[in-house]
Ligand binder design. Sequence first.
Ligand SMILES: [Zn+2]
Ligand SMILES: [Zn+2]
Length: 105
Amino acid sequence: MKEESTLEQELHQICELCGREGVQTTRHHLTPKAKGGTHLPTARLCRSCHKQIHALYTNQDLITLGLTSVPALQADPEIARYLKWIRKQPATSVPRVRKSERVRS
Ligand SMILES: [Zn+2]
Ligand SMILES: [Zn+2]
């Protein structure tokens, strides 16, 4: 099941993880919903950061490693290495993700 069903479409948002402005953010459940985090805090992350977190860690990893807060994520060596790189990238460099489903009219 997909974790993010809704996308925030507001302009000029700031990613809580990398701090870049003008990015489109998505909601990340700091404690995965599958692990009981439905009503726990979320963070607004740019697509790039969000993708990176879930590419590096499974929901179980996030719990086991205690990566359930933004500061904890930022302190993680793998993510810190990624952040160092992404912060040098302009917000416009985030590749557009094409919808895989055709919109039926
Ligand atoms: Zn980000
Ligand atoms: Zn997420």
